[in-house]
Design a binder for this molecule. Structure first.
Ligand code: F6P
Length: 329
């Protein structure tokens, strides 16, 4: 019987389980046995695996996380560690390996591919920072979760006349913050793609207060500054209560949205197409709403196309809202 390996790597993202179930169903349909490596590349290097069937995957379709566990595996940054993966791959006579993960996972997959393993990657990360695809699995759910959390907190902030600073995930990419900021009607958004100083953010909060917005919201993505420091400075400058919250891991859990389930199904089918057609060394990507296969070297070099239009939309709306507030007061 033919056999494929699957693993989920790096930070998990909602939709991984839906994608795994799709792959397993497709694999069974074409008479492949599926071997899951537990906890990502570590499971592959350490030969920690089990055969999984559609029955195992059944209950997990609409659930966040990964039922075969995920993780980051630092030793794979050294190529010599990868030989362990090669021997495990050979031991089980695998025909292919499907990896679900983000940009680090693609780099490792590229190295494994060079060693002779037949690898296909499905982009799964809440950060949406795999640039060969317009969307990665999990991003939509993470933004929805962030918006829900910020909306809830905003209700109590506005009732108490407090300034809110909400920090989203995203690593060094502002996609989650920009989308969540826009959809939670934040007054100020701070992202690494549009660098702004702390002083500028404090001034912007002041402008909102002067315009009559008693309770401005700042949404910013992580690793840019210390939000507690910022909150303290705002309180000192304007004698106004300011609360800093980290939206945190709530962004990475929960039921995937329909958009993410759909993407998971489409990409799972795409990965199995690659296996059936022996089209290896590719990242399954969404380009202009079509599933395409981007070779690893191109995927690794793909440049970030920041959505300038969306940023301009935010600035326009902000201008309009601030002017309206001024007139009302
Ligand atoms: O890459 C996804 C991500 O959730 C980032 O947004 C975040 O910075 C990081 O993972 C958190 O990683 P960990 O789960 O290792 O704390």
């Amino acid at each position: 019987m033919k056999k494929i390996g699957i693993l989920t790597s790096g930070g998990d993202s909602q939709g991984m389980n839906a994608c795994l179930k799709t792959i397993i169903n497709m694999a069974e349909r074409y008479n492949y046995e599926v071997m899951a490596f537990i906890g990502g590349y570590k499971g592959l290097a350490e030969d920690n695996c089990k055969i999984v069937t559609s029955k195992d995957a059944d209950l997990y379709f609409g659930i966040g996380g990964s039922f075969i566990l995920s993780g980051r595996y630092e030793p794979f940054k050294q190529k010599k560690e990868m030989n362990k993966a090669l021997s495990v791959y050979k031991k089980y006579k695998l025909d292919a390996l499907i990896v679900l993960g983000g940009d680090g996972s693609i780099r490792a997959a590229n190295d494994l591919n060079a060693l002779g393993l037949n690898v296909v990657v499905i982009p799964c990360t809440i950060d949406n920072d795999v640039f060969c695809t317009s969307k990665s699995i999990g991003f939509d759910t993470a933004v929805n979760n962030a918006v829900n959390a910020i909306d809830n907190i905003e209700q109590t902030m506005k009732t108490n006349g407090r300034v809110l600073i909400a920090e989203t995930m995203g690593r060094f990419c502002g996609e989650i913050a920009m989308h969540a900021g826009l959809c939670s009607e934040a007054d100020i958004i701070m992202i690494p793609e549009k660098k702004q100083s702390v002083e500028k953010i404090i001034r912007e909060v002041g402008k909102q207060l002067n315009a009559g917005n008693d309770s401005p919201t700042v949404v910013l993505s992580e690793f840019q500054l210390d939000i507690n420091d910022l909150a303290k400075k705002i309180e000192e400058t304007y004698q106004k209560e300011c609360k800093a919250i980290v939206v945190g891991y709530v962004q990475r859990g929960g039921t995937p949205t329909v958009q993410d389930k759909l993407l998971a199904i489409r990409m799972g089918v795409g990965a199995m197409d690659c296996v059936l057609n022996k089209n290896f060394g590719n990242v399954v990507s969404l380009i202009k709403d079509e599933i395409k296969f981007v070779p690893f070297d191109k995927a690794i070099k793909a440049k970030y196309k920041f959505n300038e239009n969306l940023w301009q939309t935010f600035l326009e709306l902000k201008k309009f809202k601030t002017e309206k507030k001024k007139k009302q007061n």
